[in-house]
Design a binder for this molecule. Sequence first.
Ligand code: 48H
Length: 259
Amino acid sequence: MPTFEKVTESQVTRAIVSSFAADLEKFAEGEVVIVGGGPSGLMAARELALKGVRVLIIERNNYLGGGFWIGGYLMNTITVRAPAHLILDELDVPYKEFSKNLFVTPGPHACSKLIAAACDAGAKVLNMTKFDDVVLRENNRVGGVVVNWTPVSALPREITCVDPIALESKLVIDATGHEAEVVTKLEQRGILKKVGEGGMWVEKSEDLVVEHTGEVHPGLMAIGMAVSATYGLPRMGPTFGAMLLSGKKGAEIALDLLK
Ligand code: 48H
């Protein structure tokens, strides 16, 4: 085994601080901020980054992937229905056809490949960072996000008094899943209406989510389960094809909006 070269503690600290600060500075004024690093957010981030867009994912956990690690009921087999298996092909994720047009893949393998695909394409990530609020411009156009460290947000107000910071962006994408947290912020201010997701109906829900993916308000788009929550669409249960396709379609719409 070779021995390690000499590096001091201060060099390690400087390497972390200056690299992190350089990235953060770039995203003080970015092109697209995606809130939520689940399957829809990761897919959209990959597609946008592949097209050369400067895209940042904000994720409140330290890990990316959202619900894509686990299928349903703590069983880590992911299912997708045709034609979403073609995206698994694109990501080089191995899968099997369980029954006609229904495909299965191990969650950890599929999820780690999707995360790697987004990072390889050039998407940047701020993890342990919680979306807190929106930046609002004239006519309530969304102009960015207000964020804080997750641990700061998790502490009671009485013992923390840490203001958040803002990241300006041309477009914000709500990919926070069932909670639709960005859309909810606008709803709380009476700017738009969020219906809340409907009951489960797999046959209907996936096409509807993809169909309704898009801009919900100037400067703000919704993708993935945030679309169901916004428009009151049925949920699909533990199958993820619509999340991948919604992310892909969301990226196409975002590219048009950026023009
Ligand atoms: C920063 C945040 C915040 C915040 C949340 O839940 P997700 O996996 O979302 P989708 O829409 O990409 O995929 C949904 C899918 O996993 C699912 O739940 C399905 C298909 N359900 C169907 C059914 O019927 O139940 O990921 C959302 C991500 C997570 O990583 C959160 O931690 C993150 O967003 N997030 N990040 N700030 N305020 N809120």
